[in-house]
Every structure is written in structure tokens, then in C-alpha cells.
Design a protein around this ligand. Structure first.
Ligand code: COA
Length: 178
């Protein structure tokens, strides 16, 4: 299992052409709630969560854990990218021996500009420096067309498709020596 420990986390903020990736701070709480309450964001990831529940359960600093990046555009959080060894909401046994999993959630108004691609590529570059030689895996619904396009653009290749939660799921891997 790939553990992102204090040897690599938190990294210094990562700047890309248009974005900054950094660890979460208290000022990101509203954006994290917005993302998780959004029906568009939740459409293929289990549905939106009630805002009142989120207001209750989201901690003061949301997502304060290794591998959880907030993505900022012009000083405002527009999404999150996460690299972690936890099982996503798919049958746990499908996650190959604790491989690191990539997840991404962006506010709908930030879609269609290439921001998710730019942020994920930067996070994957960071990961390959932090844990050289480690593959990264990704799950997404095949109906999630934007996510499927992003996965292909980032270099993930299909390992298998399977049915879960009433939908076809896609399991892809990005090998380290690509
Ligand atoms: C999945 C998700 C991150 C994809 O967002 P996205 O904005 O489509 O992804 P990208 O960053 O790759 O952007 C690609 C789009 O930006 C456009 N674009 C505009 N300027 C661009 C630029 N400078 N560079 C690259 N693409 C650019 C592309 O043409 C493309 O648009 P199109 O699909 O309308 O043709 C987003 O839809 C999302 O957050 N969904 C909800 C959460 C979710 O389902 N996550 C998956 C969990 S497995």
C-alpha cells in the first residue's frame, strides 16, 4: 500500500500555468460543501449530499489528509483532486492491493476549460516524484463522459468494466513507466 506520509506531505503549493494545487485550509470549507451538494457534480458519484448535512459534518478544515489537493484559480477554490490508498465507493476487493486511487471533483462552472486536466496532470507528476514507480488507478462510471475523456487524456488505460450500483463502472490504470 502506498502511504503518503510526512516525508512527502504536505508539499509546497504546486503552480501550473493557470492553477495552484495546495493542501486544504479553513477557507476552502464553503467550496467543498458547494461541490458535494451540487447535483451536477454528484450525478455519477452517488448523488449530491444534503447541504444541511454537509454543514454539520464537514470539519473546519475539510479534507485535511495526505493526497488531498484543493485546486485554486485566481485565489478561489474550484475543485479537489485526491490521490489516496483508500477504496472508492466500489467493491473494496477491486482496488488492487491498496494501489493509489485518483479522484477529482470540480465545480460545474469550472468545467470545460481544461482545469481538471491541468490539475490532475500536476498531481500525478507530483505523485510520480513522491512515489516513483507506483501505478495509479481510477474508477469512473462509463456514462460519465467528461470523466472518461479526462481519464484517457491523463493516460489511464482500461483494465476492466463491471456492473456496480446499477451502472457500468470503468477501472483504469496509469502505469508509472509511461
Ligand atoms: C470529471 C470532470 C472533472 C471533468 O471536467 P472537464 O472540465 O470536462 O475536464 P477537463 O479539465 O479535461 O476539460 C476538458 C474540457 O475543457 C475544454 N478546454 C477549454 N480550454 C481548454 C484548455 N486550455 N486545455 C484543455 N481543455 C480545454 C476542452 O475542450 C473540454 O471541453 P469539452 O469536453 O466541452 O469539449 C468534471 O466533469 C467533474 O468534476 N465532474 C463531477 C465529478 C466527477 O464525476 N468526478 C469523477 C469521479 S471518478
Amino acid at each position: 500500500m502506498t502511504v503518503l506520509g510526512t516525508d512527502v506531505w504536505p508539499p509546497a503549493p504546486i503552480g501550473t500555468e493557470r492553477l495552484v494545487l495546495r493542501e486544504a485550509e479553513a477557507r476552502d470549507r464553503a467550496a467543498v460543501i458547494e461541490i458535494n451538494a451540487s447535483p451536477e457534480v454528484g450525478a455519477y458519484v452517488g448523488g449530491p449530499r444534503p447541504r444541511a448535512e454537509l454543514e454539520r459534518v464537514v470539519p473546519e478544515v475539510p479534507g485535511r489528509r495526505p493526497g488531498f489537493f484543493v485546486v485554486e484559480l485566481d485565489g478561489a477554490a474550484i475543485g479537489t483532486v485526491e490521490l489516496n490508498a483508500q477504496s472508492p465507493d466500489t467493491p473494496a476487493e477491486r482496488l488492487a492491493a491498496g494501489d493509489t486511487h485518483l479522484g477529482y471533483l470540480f465545480l460545474p462552472e469550472a468545467w470545460g476549460h481544461g482545469y481538471a486536466g491541468e490539475a490532475c496532470a500536476a498531481a500525478l507528476d507530483w505523485f510520480s516524484g513522491a512515489r516513483p514507480g507506483e501505478p495509479v488507478v481510477l474508477y469512473t462510471q462509463t456514462a460519465n463522459v467528461r470523466s472518461m475523456r479526462l481519464a484517457a487524456k491523463l493516460g489511464f488505460t482500461e483494465r476492466e468494466r463491471f456492473e456496480a450500483y446499477g451502472a457500468e463502472q470503468w477501472f483504469g490504470v496509469r502505469s508509472p513507466d509511461r
